[in-house]
Design a protein around this ligand. Sequence first.
Ligand SMILES: [Zn+2]
Length: 232
Amino acid sequence: MKTIPLPYFNERPCQIDTIVIHCLAHDLIGAINSFHEHQVSSHYLIDENGKIYRFVEDDKRAWHAGVSFWKGCSNLNDCSIGIELCSKSFGQSLYPLKQIKSLMRLLKKLKYRYHIKKERILAHSDIAPMRKADPGKAFDWKYLARHNLGVWYQIKNAGFVCENDEQSLLAKIGYDTTDFKAAKCAFVRHYMGEFVANDTLERLLKQPFDTPLHIDQLYFLSVLKARAYCEK
Ligand SMILES: [Zn+2]
């Protein structure tokens, strides 16, 4: 792992309990230029060959999440580690296996070191659904969950759930549902990526909440119920 220090961080006010996964449509150099331009940072970046770079020490608060919310907590920068993935397609097409394997090794290490629960490994789009679409619909959350690095669902569990209110179900998982359409879009991106239309980079960056979803409403509700009560 190579360290390239960036000055965009401050002190953490609390302990680490979350990991946020991002993507950037840049290579390493482009990413660093973009960080300087916007005065932001992440703790790590993994390029498409699986090489890992560190910009900020874990115990410092990097500036990667911005305005964010999950399960009653806002300002996720306080408690999270941010990992950027280089992705030319901005998460619209599958990530290279080499890159995912490196990510999984890093996630395992961090999860063990900081006792991070698997349900606290999140997408930037999960915690900022009105503003962000990364790491995108092609990020394979199911594969990660199979290795205990995230949460998935069993569709059969939907049958045991009486709750039918989509907004309450999204809020139970952790989403900010102030903008219901955005929260729904973020959920579909994470758990049903195959039903998310391809979109242009410009729209993904400016209107992530407005990507067309080709989804059957009843099926969506079943997946939502199964995920919200995935511990059943
Ligand atoms: Zn991001």
